[in-house]
Design a protein around this ligand. Structure first.
Ligand SMILES: CC(C)(COP(=O)([O-])OP(=O)([O-])OC[C@H]1O[C@@H](n2cnc3c(N)ncnc32)[C@H](O)[C@@H]1OP(=O)([O-])[O-])[C@@H](O)C(=O)NCCC(=O)NCCSC(=O)C[C@@](C)(O)CC(=O)[O-]
Length: 329
């Protein structure tokens, strides 16, 4: 069967509601509602060479909390020897203003990270597994199997403490060390994470090499074993493909997108990777294509400029720069 036809057929039979636990009649229950997971404070800042002051991180989270964004990945509880920039995780978690309708997940690689996160008041953590052995070794200092065992321990303990767990599969579209990654591996790991108890799995194009075609290959395979409503797209924009990839993921039925204000970011263990796709660009593109996000784009644009100035880095959001220029005209 022709691939385009197969895709259209799948879209036609896809359920109309995509949110995991949508409150009755809320905006998030609408089929064109896309949940944005803002990862700027964590993925965005983890790779900054100069230590970003804790107050700036806190201010960033607090400002983002006023835009309508409902999920803000706030920091990570990884080894400070590996990622010094996130060494103030506890202080950040304890200083942010928390809104009851916003979730503030933190990254944790092991039970030690989970314990720290719980101590700091986190109600949600994210575990991360790589779909490439070479990257797993560099990023987590263990094999894929070993990292899945650590994730399993973490998820068991998290569940016992009523902490929700999100999963990441990194290097899902390609690895800086091994190159090609088999979509079947991504599908298998995503299913394993769901079976262990994650509520959602984010498919990570860690180095931004994916294209709409390769995203389709990964999603075709992964949605055979994990419901599309449980998947998120996490795109870096290294090759300028991120927005096209996100729209392809939406065509497959995904309704959760990770992004980073001002396009901050990069992974310290993924050489050559640039930042996440900019949240401003995603929101601009989604709103212009009939999707809703519940996010105030103007507020987001001003945060993008503010944080870029704070850390002395160019704002790489094209929409953010254009909208600011337009506002000045
Ligand atoms: C997993 C480890 C810790 C293994 O690191 P290791 O060296 O194998 O582990 P270890 O058990 O030997 O511990 C090393 C030291 O770290 C301590 N330690 C151990 N665990 C923790 C912890 N949780 N919090 C604080 N400290 C910890 C531990 O106590 C020890 O301290 P020492 O005894 O030498 O003083 C290390 O490899 C690590 O921290 N890796 C994280 C790397 C990282 O954060 N990468 C970036 C995030 S992933 C990413 O960005 C991709 C993603 C998620 O965005 C999706 C995408 O883009 O695709």
């Amino acid at each position: 069967m022709d691939a385009v036809f197969k895709h259209a057929l799948r879209s036609a039979v896809r359920p109309r509601y995509f949110s995991t636990t949508p409150p009755a009649r809320s905006a998030t229950a609408l089929p064109n509602f896309v949940k944005i997971v803002e990862v700027g404070p964590r993925d965005g800042l983890q790779n900054e060479k100069q230590l970003v002051p804790t107050e700036t991180k806190v201010e960033l989270v607090n400002r983002l909390g006023k835009t309508g964004i409902k999920v803000i990945e706030t920091t990570s509880f990884v080894s400070p020897k590996w990622v010094p920039q996130m060494g103030d995780n506890k202080q950040v978690m304890q200083a942010i203003d928390r809104h009851p309708d916003i979730s503030y997940p933190v990254l944790a690689p092991n039970v030690r990270g989970l314990d720290g996160a719980i101590e700091a008041g986190a109600e949600e953590v994210a575990v991360f597994i790589a779909a490439s052995e070479a990257f797993s070794k560099r990023n987590l200092n263990c094999t894929i199997k070993g990292s899945m065992e650590k994730a399993s321990e973490l998820i068991t303990k998290a569940k016992a403490n009523n902490v929700r767990v999100r999963g990441y599969v990194s290097c899902a579209l390609g690895c800086p060390f091994q190159g090609h990654v088999d979509p079947a591996v991504v599908a298998g790991l995503s299913k394993d994470l769901m079976d262990l108890g994650c509520y959602e799995v984010s498919i990570g194009d860690t180095i931004g090499v994916g294209t709409p075609g390769s995203w389709s290959a990964v999603l075709d395979e992964t949605t055979k074993v994990v419901g599309v409503e449980k998947l998120a797209a996490h795109c870096h924009d290294t090759y300028g493909q991120a927005l096209a990839n996100i729209h392809r993921a939406l065509e497959h039925g995904l309704r959760v997108v990770d992004s980073s204000v001002a396009g901050l970011g990069g992974c310290p263990y993924a050489p050559g990777a640039t930042g996440n796709v900019a949240t401003e660009d995603v929101v601009y593109s989604l709103h212009g294509s009939g999707y809703q996000t519940g996010i105030d784009l103007d507020k987001l644009v001003s945060i993008g400029h503010w944080i870029s100035a704070q850390i002395g880095r160019p704002n790489v959001s094209r929409a953010g720069k254009a909208l600011q220029l337009k506002a000045k005209i």
